[in-house]
Design a protein around this ligand. Structure first.
Ligand SMILES: C[S@@+](CC[C@H](N)C(=O)[O-])C[C@H]1O[C@@H](n2cnc3c(N)ncnc32)[C@H](O)[C@@H]1O
Length: 208
């Protein structure tokens, strides 16, 4: 019988947000699987590194499972927390019979809430990450009575345009938290109209 696959949350990006437990499991792994950004944090370990490219996820998870079946200690790195728009859902879907050991990490959602001093038990947490464009059901999911903390899809300008087109005032505020925990972290409070005209990177949490 094979051992469990570790799915470890590595936090928002900077090393100081890693948990000691995550480090211990990672340092004792034979194989690390993760995005280039995740693996770069652990260049000093001797583990075999398997890069998880977005277009090759099923193939790479299959490879990780075969390492596990051969008896290696396999750890899949998930940025933030594996349970929020992370690798837990992906592995459960692609390899439902694989036994897993999930280690939580600090989600980008949590760090955004902390930076903005939002108690996140009062917030509406949403993800449209990975979606091509905002869809109609986003409107049903938004809750105007509390902060909506959202992992956006790639283009925040599209999200802003969509909200304006669906009845939000162009003057409605939006907060964009980009590259949280990195030296070039940026938090901006702007209007939807301004956000519509601007370009942000893919690593953002937004609050509406
Ligand atoms: C695949 S999802 C992973 C989310 C992750 N499981 C979490 O809990 O933060 C990747 C998205 O998370 C957000 N994200 C991850 N790290 C971030 C950071 N350091 N700053 C801002 N947003 C981040 C971005 O929206 C990015 O496109």
């Amino acid at each position: 019988m094979s051992n469990k696959m570790n799915i470890v949350g590595i936090g928002p990006g900077a090393r100081e947000y890693l948990t000691l437990k995550a480090l211990d499991v990672i340092e004792n792994s034979d194989v690390l699987v993760g995005s280039k950004r995740s693996l770069d944090l652990f260049n000093n370990t001797n583990a075999e590194m398997v890069v998880l490219e977005p277009r090759d996820i099923p193939k790479t998870i299959k490879k990780a499972v075969s390492y596990l079946e051969e008896g290696f200690t396999v750890t899949v790195l998930s940025t933030g927390d594996p349970g929020f728009s992370g690798m837990l859902k992906t592995i459960k879907k692609l390899s439902p019979n694989t036994k897993v050991n999930v280690l939580p990490g600090i989600s980008s959602i949590q760090l955004a809430a902390a930076k903005l001093e939002i108690p996140w038990d009062t917030a509406n947490l949403l993800t449209i990450h990975g979606g091509k464009a905002p869809t109609e059901d986003l409107l049903d999911k938004l809750d105007n009575s509390r902060p909506n903390i959202i992992l956006p899809n790639r283009h925040i300008s599209e999200l802003a345009e969509y909200l304006i087109d669906h009845g939000f005032s162009p003057e409605h505020g939006i907060t964009i938290c980009e590259k949280l925990s990195y030296p070039d972290e940026q938090i901006v409070h702007i209007t939807l109209e301004e956000a519509k005209q601007m370009d942000f990177g893919y690593m953002c949490v937004v609050v509406i």
